[in-house]
Design a protein. Sequence first.
Length: 307
Amino acid sequence: MAPMRPLLLVLALASLPCAAADDAPPKGRTMQEVLDASQPSDWRRLDPEHTLYLELDSGRVVIELAPAFAPRHVANILTLVRGKYYDGLSINRSHDNFVVQWGDAEAEDPKKARPLGEAAAKLPAEFTRPAQGLAFTRLPDVDGWAPQVGFAAGMPAARDPEAGLAWAAHCYGTVGAGRGGPPDSSNGTELYVVTGQSPRQLDRNITTVGRVVQGMERLSVLPRGTGPLGFYEKPEQRTPIRAIRLAASVPEAEREQIEVMRTDTPTFEALVESRRNRRDDWYLHPAGHIDLCNVPVPVRATTPAKD
């Protein structure tokens, strides 16, 4: 009977349950499938009282301000906007893989600097805020820059539970208030947008005031500055700013009709998972990890709001 043992072994193995397709890990949804299944309650309109339109010759850049993180700076920026401080100024810096920055190119000359009007010339630093009272959607993965990261008030954010602090993170599209040496040397007259690899070393060192939600392509393609730190050396190299307007002051018909996905819903958590573990047909090895600044916050066109 010995010669029959291999055949019996083969038959025995054949009778064992195999790893059928039904036993494989369920195929996760793609980002598009998550978006397609989203409900109206998963989206929000921008608050026109905290939305800026940066008007360039190339078009409009939409900026959502973040009063939850920098209330004093946001209030001062709104005062500057209402006083038309930025109108006619310029983008004076485009630092490769870092930021673009705008403001008054003559600010260092008291005789030529543009007056601030009713805006404050000096503000306290707003690098962090209390974590308590801030709704926070935490990502499941570790972060090298903070104990916890996630989203709060629509912004990529971080927090330290032991210290009881939270802060907005420097991701692509983050808008910050440039400062000099002293921590309290920013007031919103000089603003920058991150256009390169996320410079998270800036977190808790500069006041962040918002983020670009539409029109980043108008900033990221600007010619790089030829001077130190990417500053333009000649006036003609600068990009003129037609105006910065508050959305609430713009007629409804001229406003951007867009919605942003809320970051405090199960749908957003599903979207995060769709990016952590890419199970699109092209991906062979899902990463099982995602960096804070690689989480997209979708924006979609919508119809005008009805009274």
